[in-house]
Ligand binder design. Structure first.
Ligand SMILES: Nc1ncnc2c1ncn2[C@@H]1O[C@H](COP(=O)(O)OP(=O)(O)O)[C@@H](O)[C@H]1O
Ligand code: SF4
Ligand SMILES: [Mg+2]
Length: 333
């Protein structure tokens, strides 16, 4: 990691859902940091707590969910705000969401309103946080549509979301997110629903944006292959925890945790990692309602030892800047 002070720092975050069936420990003690202009890849199978973590950073946890522990520190020039302590409906978090942190989703219609023209929605987003005239905001919206690679942006400005293809809608959503020039963009599986060609185009776009806008990105995916071309640093999530974290090259060259290796299919060489995709790991992610006993991955782990079923390995350094939660990588006790 670079020497820069982190823009966002998440410390021992726990988000639990209190339901009739019990307590789901969706996020159960997560630590990570993102420095300005860096991209953090967050990877893990469905149900591991990636989206809940992202929503917590956006201050979007609603009942029955609750942040029960931890801090989410957003660093500004002169002060640090703990997002986890803000009222989710209050003015301060709405200001942060509009100006400093933006989020894009797998499904663009989560962000776009079907009954308003694309251009007008972006104009409204701009006017929410910038004191400029409507005409200037219109020009900026057209520029943004062009910046995200939408051809004929003036014509597209006048269209409704349903008149755009899936890939174009995704670009429009990204334009809207970038309209506030956020310091952090959270992308929650933004390419998962797209076909491979469009997916590659949207990835190229995101890479271009982070160059042009100097935005830090938290990029969430279940597909380790997608991370390779995007992220500077990677955290691997399993059952509400981070089980491995390292710079991207380190993760691909020296994956330590059996879960990370499982996500890769095998320990890959540099030559073939680009072609690899998520391969099936035996079994399924356990229910977050169950009490945790020992290592959460033990029921699925081909290397599980006796100690793994009773003791929690915890995340510890295995090399400088590289941590893994696994007894295989500990000196003998
Ligand atoms: N509204 C909710 N009510 C109850 N449990 C929830 C709710 N939202 C998420 N969860 C729990 O949190 C876990 C993690 O969800 P999520 O963060 O969406 O996983 P991911 O994004 O990694 O697929 C889920 O398995 C689910 O049990
Ligand atoms: S601690 Fe044990 S069960 Fe958990 S991943 Fe490592 S070897 Fe497997
Ligand atoms: Mg998700």
């Amino acid at each position: 990691m670079g020497a820069a002070e982190p823009l966002i720092e998440v410390k021992d975050l726990k988000v639990h859902f209190h339901t009739e069936d019990g307590v789901a420990r969706a996020v159960d003690g997560v630590d990570f940091a993102i420095a300005p202009e860096r991209t953090l890849g967050v990877v893990g199978e469905s149900g591991c707590g990636k989206s809940v973590t992202a929503r917590a950073v956006m201050g979007l946890i609603d009942a029955p969910g609750r942040i029960v522990q931890g801090e989410i520190l957003l660093r500004r020039q002169s002060q640090v705000v703990d997002i986890s302590k803000l009222d989710p409906r209050g003015r301060e978090i709405r200001g942060i969401r509009g100006n400093e942190i933006a989020m894009i989703f797998q499904e663009p219609m989560t962000s776009l309103n079907p009954v308003f023209k694309i251009g007008d929605q972006i104009v409204e987003a701009i006017l929410l946080h910038d004191r400029i005239g409507r005409r200037e905001a219109r020009e900026r919206a057209v520029d943004l549509l062009a910046a995200v690679g939408i051809p004929l942006p003036r014509q597209r400005f006048e269209q409704f979301p349903h008149q755009l293809s899936g890939g174009m809608r995704q670009r429009a959503m990204i334009a809207m997110a970038m309209s506030c020039n956020p310091r952090l963009l959270i992308a929650d599986e933004p390419t998962t629903a797209l076909d491979v060609t469009i997916q590659a185009q949207v990835m190229d776009l995101m890479n271009a944006l982070r160059r042009d806008f100097n935005t830090a990105i938290m990029f969430i995916t279940h597909d380790l292959g997608v991370i390779a071309g995007m992220a500077d640093d990677v955290v691997v999530m399993y059952l509400g925890r981070i089980v491995e974290s390292a710079p991207v090259r380190e993760i691909f060259h020296h994956p330590k945790h059996p879960y990370t290796r499982g996500l890769m299919g095998s320990i890959p060489s540099l030559a073939d990692w680009g072609a690899r995709r998520l391969t099936a790991i035996e079994g399924v992610v356990p229910s977050p309602f169950a009490e945790r006993q020992g290592c959460g991955f033990a029921p699925r782990c081909p290397h599980a030892m006796e100690i793994c079923r009773t003791r929690d390995p915890g995340l510890e350094d295995v090399a400088p800047g590289h941590a893994a939660a696994c007894f295989l990588h500990r000196a003998a006790p």
